[in-house]
Design a protein around this ligand. Structure first.
Ligand code: HEC
Length: 122
């Protein structure tokens, strides 16, 4: 049945898991939802806690590995939000995208929607 083949193809994309390329766009969404209360998560954001490092500075000062290690086991001053490994990878990808970006940073361009790749035969 073509429909179920398609479903399986879509499922295998979803379950590709943490080994799949990190999604900086998703990281931005998570950051805006969970981190923006305290951190400046985008260069355009105007309000956050004064004594907390903006993500742009985090990007300059920390390696991707340091950021993900921190988020796996956060410092007591920062709440542990129980992020999954995939969420951490996405956030790290987003933060690091701030570091290399030019000063007037726009959010990373949207990635084209992934098509499951329908079987050609039949
Ligand atoms: C309730 C406020 C709060 C929220 C929400 C919050 N943070 Fe933090 N964050 C802090 C504080 C405070 C520090 C400084 C910790 C310290 O130096 O002890 C910090 C530090 C950091 C650092 C730097 C760690 C280092 O090595 O210096 C990173 C990276 C970070 N936060 C990422 C995040 C991410 C990603 C989120 C969202 C998932 C988030 N934070 C949400 C308060 C917060």
């Amino acid at each position: 049945m073509r429909l179920s083949l398609c479903f399986i193809a879509a499922l295998s994309l979803v379950s590709a898991g943490p080994s799949a390329a990190a999604d900086a766009e998703n990281g931005l969404r998570i950051a805006q939802r969970w981190c923006a209360e305290c951190h400046l998560v985008t260069p355009n954001q105007s309000r956050a806690k004064a004594d907390v490092m903006p993500f742009a500075s985090v990007a300059e000062r920390k390696t991707a590995q340091e950021i993900s290690a921190f988020l796996t086991d956060p410092h007591p001053k920062m709440p542990n939000m129980g992020l999954s490994r995939t969420e951490i990878a996405d956030i790290v990808a987003y933060i690091k995208s701030l570091g290399s970006a030019p000063a007037d940073t726009a959010p990373p361009p949207p990635t084209p929607a992934k098509e499951p790749g329908l079987p050609k035969s039949g």
